[in-house]
Design a protein around this ligand. Structure first.
Ligand code: AMP
Ligand code: ZN
Ligand code: FE
Ligand code: FE
Length: 284
C-alpha cells in the first residue's frame, strides 16, 4: 500500500522541521505524498514543492485555517490549494495580523505573573512566519518555567488560563469559501476538538459545515482513539463526506507524534488523496 500523510506543519508555522526537512522526513518514512498544512500561512509550500521534485515525494499544497468556534476549536484544512492564489494569502494575512496583536498581550500577561519573558525571545524561537502559543511555550520550557510544552498550556496558555487571549479568527463558512476559491478541497480537521458534547451534536455541527460546502473530514488523526475514529468514520459516511487523514506532525514540538504513523496508530492509503483529487476536479 502506498502511504501518505495529509496533515503536517513546518517552520512556516509551529513545526520544527523546515519544509525541505519535512519532505526528506517523508521520504525516509516511505511516504508517497505529504501535505504541508501550516496554521494560517502558505509560506512553506514553495520550498516543500521544490524539495518534493528533488526527492521524488508528492507534495500536497495545503493550509490549516483556525476558524471561530465555541466552545472548542475548529481547524479547517485546505488541501490541493493553488499556492499562488493571492486572494487566499491576502485573506490569511488578516488572520496573521490577529495573531500578531495577540502575542504581545500573552507575553505581557506572563510578565505580570512575574515571568521574565520578552517578545524578542519568542520571535527568535519562531523565526519567520506564523507565531503562535507553541513558540511561547518553547521559551517557557527553555527558561525552566515549565517542564514540558503541555505544562505551559495547562498552566498559562490554554483557553481560560491566566495568559490566554483569543484572537480574530475566520468563520468556518468563510474559510471553506476561501479554500474553494483557491481551488482546494475543504476538510474538517480533528473534529472532536470542536467541543461537541456528544455524537449527535457533533453530527449536526458537521452537517451545517457540509451545507456550507465542506468536502471532507479527517477520519485518521494521531489524537483519535479507536472510538473517535469510528465516530468520525460513521459521520463521514452518513453525511457523504470524503475521508482524509494525517498525523498533525509538528516535529520536536510534539515529540510523541511521528510523520505518517502518528503515535503508531496510523496507516493512510494513497486512495484517500486520489479521492480528494477527484473532488477537486469536479469543483472546477
Ligand atoms: P495558536 O496557533 O497560537 O492558537 O496555538 C495553536 C497550537 O497550540 C496548536 O498546534 C495546538 O495543537 C496547540 N494547543 C492549543 N491548545 C493546546 C493545549 N491545551 N495543550 C497543548 N497544545 C495546545
Ligand atoms: Zn500547530
Ligand atoms: Fe489543528
Ligand atoms: Fe495541525
Amino acid at each position: 500500500m502506498k502511504r501518505i500523510d495529509l496533515h503536517a506543519h513546518t517552520t512556516a508555522s509551529d513545526g520544527s522541521l523546515s519544509p525541505t526537512e519535512l519532505v526528506r522526513a517523508a521520504k525516509e518514512a516511505g511516504l508517497a505524498a505529504v501535505a504541508v498544512t501550516d496554521h494560517d500561512i502558505t509560506a512553506g509550500i514553495a520550498e516543500a514543492a521544490a524539495a518534493g521534485e528533488a526527492e521524488g515525494v508528492e507534495v500536497v499544497p495545503g493550509v490549516e485555517v483556525s476558524a471561530e468556534y465555541k466552545p472548542g476549536q475548529m481547524h479547517i484544512l485546505g488541501l490541493l490549494i493553488d499556492p499562488d492564489a493571492t486572494e487566499l494569502s491576502d485573506w490569511l494575512g488578516e488572520i496573521l495580523d490577529g495573531r500578531n496583536d495577540r502575542n504581545p498581550r500573552i507575553v505581557a500577561a506572563l510578565q505580570d505573573l512575574g515571568i521574565a519573558i520578552t517578545m524578542e525571545e519568542v520571535e527568535a524561537v519562531a523565526g519567520e512566519g506564523a507565531v503562535g502559543r507553541p513558540h511561547i511555550a518553547q521559551v517557557l520550557l527553555a527558561k525552566g518555567v515549565v517542564k514540558d510544552i503541555q505544562e505551559a498550556f495547562d498552566r498559562y496558555l490554554a483557553t481560560g488560563m491566566p495568559a490566554y487571549f483569543d484572537r480574530v479568527r475566520a468563520t468556518p463558512e468563510s474559510a471553506i469559501a476561501q479554500i474553494h476559491r483557491a481551488g482546494g478541497v475543504a476538510i474538517l480537521a480533528h473534529c472532536h476538538y470542536c467541543g461537541a458534547k456528544d455524537a449527535n451534536e457533533l453530527e449536526s455541527v458537521i452537517r451545517r459545515l457540509k451545507e456550507s460546502g465542506l468536502d471532507g473530514m479527517e477520519v485518521h488523526h494521531s489524537t483519535f482513539r479507536d472510538e473517535d475514529r469510528r465516530a468520525a468514520e460513521s459521520i463521514c459516511v452518513k453525511l457523504d463526506l470524503l475521508p482524509s487523514g494525517g498525523s498533525d506532525f509538528h516535529g520536536a514540538l510534539k515529540p510523541d507524534i511521528q510523520l505518517g504513523v502518528g503515535r503508531g496508530n496510523l496507516a493512510i492509503s494513497y486512495e484517500i488523496l486520489a479521492g480528494l483529487k477527484e473532488a477537486k476536479a469536479s469543483h472546477t
